[in-house]
Design a protein. Sequence first.
Lengths: 110, 110
Amino acid sequence: GQQVQQSPTSLVLQEGENAELQCNFSTSLNSMQWFYQRPGGSLISVFYNPSGTKQSGRLTSTTVIKERRSSLHISSSQITDSGTYLCAMERGSGSWQLIFGSGTQLTVMP
Amino acid sequence: ETAVFQTPNYHVTQVGNEVSFNCKQTLGHDTMYWYKQDSKKLLKIMFSYNNKQLIVNETVPRRFSPQSSDKAHLNLRIKSVEPEDSAVYLCASSSYAEQFFGPGTRLTVL
């Protein structure tokens, strides 16, 4: 089965609304990272957040190791937030190879 | 500028040809990676490499091979491309668990 499950698959918001993206892991969590990708664009690291809560501007990430989940909250969404958000966990064995979820496609409408 | 650089941006080739993609990082990291992103945007690890260890994802066909001259460079060679190799190939680097990605090389196999 899929080790990293993201939800929702897609999300459409009006500008100014908040977004909550979820990531669930089927195995023990070593480390995890959130990424942002525009169509045809490169992968940009949003948060490296193996545990706890981190905030950067309008973005907040919360990882709960015991529950094997992480969330990304976007407050007061803007049109420029549109794109794909991907979460990834470390594959294990000390290799630091990442296993990715299938992503959440976020569209923010004016 | 410190970042992860990839060349070429895109490459079109025919089935059976050999291709090689370059990756260089100026972040001073010890570990580099190659990922493949398919048409559904799903990212999968192919290799990770530092000066001590090459870790290969067991699903990677043997026609793919990483090549490194030093810890700042990790190239990807595909010996005889096949249609299913069409994808975006992303290079990344890390000094610990947090990874930083290059812009990707889009390969189209005709």
